[in-house]
Design a protein around this ligand. Structure first.
Ligand SMILES: [Zn+2]
Length: 147
């Protein structure tokens, strides 16, 4: 068993746990959020002879874009609510980003524990080898006793 390797792994886990704790603390009290992202889209009205037909679209206008059952739904955002909605969508994006980082940290920590496990683990093959060695030795020992 490689003591140095295990001690390095342990140290790396300690550091990652500190990172994880900070990250988790930042997730405890999020500000108000909205489950969508804010996007700005140009509009084409479809009126004959409109400027949008000539490559000058209307807008761009703000929309909330959300995923629902695999489909994207757009909701127009009224101008007087734009600041509020923007803040909430940004907070949501930040929260989601941190959750993704938490997932990565957990995976990393888990993989380091797996390495510790593997360094401490013997395979059944090795156990079987020991058994076969013993079987070979036992009759000889009994013979020796008999003599
Ligand atoms: Zn138009």
């Amino acid at each position: 068993m490689d003591r140095k390797a295990i001690s390095d792994l342990r140290q790396r886990i300690f550091w990652l746990r500190e990172d994880r704790e900070k990250l988790e603390n930042s997730l405890f009290r999020p500000k108000k959020m909205i489950r969508a992202s804010l996007v700005f889209l140009a509009n084409y009205c479809g009126k004959k002879d409109c400027r949008c037909k000539k490559g000058f679209p209307h807008g761009p206008y703000p929309y909330l874009s959300e995923k629902r059952k695999g489909k994207t739904r757009m909701t127009y955002v009224k101008k007087r609510t734009l600041d509020e909605v923007k803040r909430e969508a940004e907070e949501y994006a930040r929260f989601q980003h941190r959750l993704a980082r938490l997932r990565k940290l957990n995976e990393k920590i888990r993989s380091l524990f797996e390495q510790i496990r593997d360094l401490n683990c013997r395979k059944v093959e090795e156990y079987r080898k020991v058994l076969t060695e013993r079987k070979k030795n036992i009759p000889r020992q009994e013979n020796e006793k008999g003599n």
